[in-house]
Design a binder for this molecule. Structure first.
Ligand code: CU
Length: 145
């Protein structure tokens, strides 16, 4: 009888132990919680890439002889940057002088002092004529495609 008792006790201990083991285990088959979507801000490499594009492709210089290049074609969403390389003020204003109402947002570029540069993002397809309001014979255009 004592042998049976011992076997029974061992069986109870094993069952209890196994039960405890199974219940105490963390649920490992549970699906991973949904990955949190982290909105990453523009990275440094993207910014420097953008700066590079401005420098290489979408820069219009202004001198006493006018805008160069006089006509520029860019993709939608591109920032065109004007830089005043003259010793006098120039402006970028929408056609038509003197009311500038063809594309008023372009008037936000406005006056550029000597050495100053300003960018404007073109987000709609079209051809945008502009001029230097201080020297209205100096004209240029941006074609957005
Ligand atoms: Cu004007």
């Amino acid at each position: 009888m004592s042998r049976n008792t011992i076997l029974a006790a061992v069986a109870v201990v094993v069952v209890l132990g196994l039960g405890l083991y199974l219940f105490s285990r963390p649920p490992q088959t549970q699906a991973p919680s949904p990955a949190t979507q982290t909105e990453s801000s523009p990275t440094a490499s993207e910014s420097s890439e953008a700066a590079q594009m401005i420098d290489q492709q979408n820069l219009v210089t202004i001198s006493s002889s006018g805008f160069s290049p006089k006509e520029i074609t860019v993709k939608v969403g591109t920032v065109v940057t004007w830089v005043n390389e003259d010793s006098e003020d120039h402006t970028v204003n929408s056609a038509v002088h003197p009311t500038h109402q063809v594309y008023p947002p372009l008037n936000n570029v406005g006056t550029l002092k000597p050495g100053e540069r300003k960018g404007f993002m073109f987000d709609k397809v079209g051809t945008y004529n502009y001029h230097d309001h201080l020297n209205p014979s100096l004209t240029g255009s941006v074609t957005v495609e």
